[in-house]
Ligand binder design. Structure first.
Ligand SMILES: Cc1cc2nc3c(=O)[nH]c(=O)nc-3n(C[C@H](O)[C@H](O)[C@H](O)COP(=O)(O)O)c2cc1C
Length: 176
């Protein structure tokens, strides 16, 4: 069977009508770690960015693809991002992806929000996670953990993830 991805031209050669209008909504309150990831993804996706801690009700209309990104605070994503996942006005056909940065890297912190979105019938194309410099609580007194993260390698991985998500969203859009 021919997969749509196989017949789409490379991203830089796509027609204007194939372009995915993308918004990255983020919360990055500790060290700006997540913002670094979001900025790198925004370059790849030519995306608009919205800091949800400044405007708690970003307008999602007019976007094909919406990324929700957050630091991890007490085992979950920022409360405003969680609320957006629970109550945000996502449009039919809109695709969503998730990203987070965390001090401790071995737990999948996106899972809860992904489940909430799935429960609302909103498809999630993927979740990116990397570590981010953490000086919260006891870690601060010990000099912090995940120093130097997100690293250049983390950001390259974020860029590659963003390209994959774009490919998936574009393929699904042309399938509509
Ligand atoms: C209040 C607070 C709670 C945190 N809780 C967790 C946690 O439960 N698990 C974890 O892995 N990291 C935790 N962290 C570390 C942050 O998730 C990590 O440093 C992240 O990169 C911060 O992103 P930001 O700089 O974009 O805000 C916490 C940090 C803060 C400030």
């Amino acid at each position: 069977m021919i997969n749509r991805l196989m017949i789409l031209p490379p991203i830089h050669l796509r027609r204007k009508e194939d372009a995915m209008k993308t918004l990255l909504v983020f919360a990055s309150t500790h060290h700006g770690n997540t913002k670094k990831v979001v900025e790198r993804m925004a370059q790849v996706l030519s995306a608009d960015m919205a800091d949800i801690t400044r405007n708690s009700t970003p307008d999602l209309s007019g976007y094909d693809l919406v990324g929700l990104a957050s630091g991890v605070y007490f085992n979950t994503l920022h409360k405003d991002i969680v609320r957006l996942a629970e109550q945000g006005r996502f449009l039919p056909g809109q695709r969503v992806f998730l990203a987070d940065t965390c001090g401790v890297g071995y737990i999948n912190y996106c899972a809860g929000v992904r489940k909430k979105l799935a429960g609302r019938g909103i498809p999630v194309l993927g979740c990116f996670q990397c570590r981010g410099y953490d000086t919260f609580g006891i870690w601060g007194r010990l000099g912090g953990i995940a120093k130097g993260h997100p690293s250049g390698k983390d950001l390259d991985r974020a860029a590659s993830f963003a390209r994959d998500v774009l490919e998936k969203a574009q393929a699904e859009k042309t399938d509509l």
